[in-house]
Design a binder for this molecule. Structure first.
Ligand code: S3P
Length: 189
């Protein structure tokens, strides 16, 4: 099956991708409520399965260990029934096989937030192991530059919510998702 041609028996989910601090966990629950879906977060599922926080996983197993756990969570979600809004970790697209899995899960939305806004948000929180560098501002810039093409290639919908409130942005995205699903599942669904 081609990755971007969704079939009627594919699980019907919404997947939020984007850089750290782009608003996945703020927007996700609001979007889920508007669609009548359940909200899940792959980072939270990784932490629950591992019984450890993300910085501890990175410290003990490295980024590769974290990525293996993240992919295992995606595999779990793929056998589920759908109707989820799934917020993903910002680096999930760096594992090439994950991209096809994200597309199979459902409608993939990239929250394309401006770099300055991202920096403003992530610099307030020191929980992210990949930003514990000598120059985190530069790390954000270079990671974002490397990942933008990956997000773009994975996304069905690109969203720059600009000055909208999270509720307004979720309202607009819910409409886009309905249109997207109508396009591939047929009006009877
Ligand atoms: C990561 C982003 C984090 C988390 C981990 C790695 C990344 O999630 O998965 O620290 O590689 O960008 P958020 O995007 O929710 O911060």
């Amino acid at each position: 099956m081609e990755a971007d041609r969704k079939q009627p028996d594919d699980p019907l989910n919404v997947v939020l991708i984007g850089f750290m601090g782009c608003g996945k966990s703020t927007l996700g629950p609001r979007l889920a409520e508007k669609l009548g879906f359940r909200f899940v977060d792959t980072d939270a599922l990784v932490v629950r399965r591992a019984g450890r926080a993300i910085p501890a996983i990175f410290a003990e197993e490295g980024e590769a260990g974290f990525r293996r756990r993240e992919t295992a969570v995606l595999d779990e979600l793929l056998v589920g029934k759908g109707r989820l809004v799934i917020a993903t970790g910002g680096g999930i697209v760096t594992v090439p096989d994950n991209v096809e899995k994200l597309k199979r899960l459902g409608c993939v939305i990239w929250l394309d937030t401006p770099e300055a806004v991202i920096w403003e948000r992530v610099s307030r929180n020191h929980e992210r192991p990949l930003l514990r560098t000598e120059n985190p501002r530069e790390t954000v810039r270079s990671l974002l530059e490397a990942r933008r093409p990956l997000y773009r290639a994975a996304a069905d919908i690109e969203s720059d919510s600009g000055d909208l409130t999270p509720d307004e942005a979720a309202y607009g995205l819910a409409e886009s998702v309905r249109l997207h699903f109508a396009g591939w599942r047929g009006p009877e669904n």
